[in-house]
Design a binder for this molecule. Structure first.
Ligand code: HEC
Length: 153
């Protein structure tokens, strides 16, 4: 009887140590992961091509639904370089000509850690100044060639 009890206790102790050992291993693993794992996306100071996954479902009426950007030449460059820090809404809500866009980009490079875009800069400015140009005259043109008629009493 005594013997069986001791065996049981020994078994329980073994089981508890096993659980503790597993916990310890997981903790070490977690710490290791925290210390050594660094996501490589969006490192400042270099341009990363993340590869924009665009499926047909993502595009409606020429607009890329996840970002709201118009799909056009060099669209992917813009998604890759311009949506990492802030929403693409900052882009779609702004209007500027090529100089204006170039200045905005320079401002971000000088003050907001935007990386050097190299040759991509002019391609990006092309896209932006084409698709997000200053609004055209928003008022309709005056009517022309209207055939007026006399109001009769
Ligand atoms: C490294 C981070 C970063 C990247 C990448 C980045 N921006 Fe920005 N951008 C910012 C910050 C920070 C602001 C200021 C946001 C705020 O005011 O809330 C900003 C603001 C803006 C604005 C608003 C400017 C204004 O006058 O209010 C526009 C437009 C813009 N960014 C366009 C772009 C475009 C186009 C690109 C790609 C070439 C880009 N951003 C990439 C950090 C970035």
């Amino acid at each position: 009887m005594e013997d069986r009890f001791i065996k049981l206790v020994r078994l329980a102790v073994q089981a508890v140590s096993l659980v503790l050992a597993v916990c310890a291993l997981m903790t070490i693993g977690l710490i290791y992961f925290q210390v050594f794992y660094q996501p490589s996306h969006f490192e400042f100071g270099e341009t990363k091509q993340l590869g924009v996954v665009t499926s047909i479902d993502d595009v409606k009426d020429g607009v890329h639904l996840p970002t709201g950007l118009k799909v056009d030449v060099n669209f992917e460059l813009v998604v890759t370089n311009c949506t990492g820090c802030h929403s693409a809404k900052l882009i779609t809500q702004n209007r500027a000509n090529a100089d204006g866009w170039s200045n905005i980009i320079t401002w971000m490079q000088e003050t907001q850690n935007l990386w050097d875009l190299g040759e991509d800069k002019s391609l990006i400015v092309d896209y932006l100044s084409k698709n997000y140009a200053p609004e055209q005259q928003s008022r309709r043109k005056p009517l022309a060639n209207v055939e007026w008629y006399e109001l009769e009493d």
